[in-house]
Ligand binder design. Structure first.
Ligand SMILES: NC(=O)c1ccc[n+]([C@@H]2O[C@H](COP(=O)([O-])OP(=O)(O)OC[C@H]3O[C@@H](n4cnc5c(N)ncnc54)[C@H](O)[C@@H]3O)[C@@H](O)[C@H]2O)c1
Length: 421
């Protein structure tokens, strides 16, 4: 066995535990396994230097192994300082020779040093979860830009940043927005974030959700999932929104909808999934009841006004991932995981069966990018429909479900306008 020589992980002696974790996740990722098998034969990514900035989890490890099976030289760093699984990072280096730069709890300086290490060899392709790598290549490492043929982006927040770069004319290479695939956001953002966010909150606090007022800020794909699962555990869900259509949907789904200023006074547990800054402002934190729990599952830790809260409170750690902030009037707010993605910080992130589809999209989009690099413009592209459909078909089959095919008569009916009653 050869070990990567270029890496920065917590402790290589944890590698064997990591190997077991990677195998366990892999056993629930049949679509990615099928792609890996094909990649090993066809080598569509042969010789491509690929820098990946993703949450370093056992599911991501399976993606990295798939890309490597396809011939890519993968260098991996974390897309969040708290989401790394150190055992998995160690195994990637020790068993799989994948240069990995990720340590759970790394400070901001190390986080950015790791990003630079992943991109240091001058990647041909970038794979992002939050667009930090793209951003680095477009600012500090512009000398490496000419060699990049394209990239992929995993999450909503990253896609928003990239579309803004495209609109301002500064995006220098094409990106496929993996998040926009139906087989990604309909499942990952909804069922994955829904389940794992509640998992993170209950692991960190062991709090009972039944009968409590759970306030979900943002009723997008993630918010719908979190709402569904919190309700399943008996919570009374309150939704805050800024989009009237989404708010209407929340009302018709059975939630109470109100402004955050009102929700702040009655909520027991707050979960932000807006992808926006200060969905919970300092004035709302001030108004909360004593003992309120506040967590974020959106991409960045900007959704809660943490810095402002720090200025007017005293603080102590009461459990792992639970910080108690006491305001001068005596009321306490418990902030989970420093306001970072609670599902990845305090739990294991999304279940592997969901990441199977998200990462199948990543792998197939990397292949698509390698094949079509020359013909793509400096734009943000949606995932091609054939890729999306193929992943749904493979996943359905792995779950033991078959579906019907349109008969020629039905096909004809759907394509005609003459036939009526
Ligand atoms: N935790 C995870 O593992 C995970 C997984 C997928 C996505 N994400 C992240 O979660 C966030 C949400 O993703 P999504 O796919 O649900 O996005 P989305 O765009 O579908 O939904 C976001 C919703 O928040 C609403 N919103 C915006 N500002 C608001 C405010 N101030 N108050 C209340 N509502 C507000 C928007 O109107 C929208 O309906 C993003 O940052 C995304 O990157 C996290």
């Amino acid at each position: 066995m050869s070990v990567a020589t270029d890496y920065d992980v917590h402790d290589l002696s944890q590698a064997d535990q990591g190997k077991l974790r990677i195998e366990w996740a892999g056993s629930q990722m049949p679509v990615l396994a099928a792609i890996r098998e094909r990649f090993a034969k066809e080598r569509p990514l042969a010789g491509i230097d690929l820098a990946a900035c993703l949450h370093v989890t056992s599911e991501t490890a399976n993606l990295a192994l798939t890309l490597a099976a396809g011939g890519a030289n993968v260098r991996l760093c974390a897309s969040n300082p708290l989401s790394t699984n150190d055992e998995v990072a160690a195994s990637l280096v020790h068993h799989h020779e994948i240069p990995t730069f990720a340590i759970k709890g790394e400070d901001d300086t190390t986080y950015y040093k790791h990003l630079e290490a992943a991109a240091s060899t001058g990647p041909k392709m970038s794979m992002d979860d939050g667009a930090d790598l793209v951003s680095l290549l477009h600012t500090k490492l512009t000398d490496k830009l000419p060699g990049v043929i394209g990239g992929t982006e995993e999450t909503t927040t990253g896609v928003i940043r990239l579309r803004s770069m495209e609109a301002k004319g500064v995006l220098r290479y094409p990106i496929v927005a993996v998040n926009e695939a139906d087989t990604k956001h309909l499942f990952d953002n909804r069922y994955g974030t829904g389940q794992s966010t509640i998992d993170g909150i209950t692991r960190a606090t062991n709090i009972l959700l039944a009968g409590r007022n759970v306030v979900v800020c943002g009723y997008g794909w993630c918010g719908r999932g979190v709402t569904m699962r919190a309700r399943g555990l008996g919570a009374n869900v309150i939704v805050t929104e800024v989009d009237p259509t989404r708010a209407l949907e929340a009302v018709m789904d059975g939630a109470r909808v109100m402004p955050i200023a009102e929700a702040a006074k009655i909520g027991d547990i707050f979960i932000t999934v807006t992808g926006n800054i200060h969905a919970i402002g300092i004035e709302h934190l001030r108004a909360m009841k004593d003992g309120t729990v506040v967590a974020n599952s959106g991409h960045f830790n900007v959704e809660i006004a943490i810095e402002a809260m720090e200025q007017e409170t005293t603080r102590r750690t009461v459990r792992p991932f639970v910080e108690e902030y006491t305001f001068k009037d005596g009321h306490r707010v418990f902030l989970l995981a420093e306001g970072r993605l609670v599902n990845l910080s305090a739990a294991d992130g999304h279940p592997a069966a969901v990441m199977d589809m998200s990462f199948a999209n990543q792998a197939l989009c990397a292949e698509y990018m390698a094949k079509n690099a020359g013909s793509l413009e400096r734009r943000v592209y949606d995932v091609p429909l054939e890729i999306d459909r193929e992943i749904a078909r493979l996943k359905l089959r792995s779950l033991g479900s078959e579906i019907d095919e349109l008969t020629p008569e039905q096909q004809n009916y759907l394509e005609s306008w003459e036939m009526g009653t």
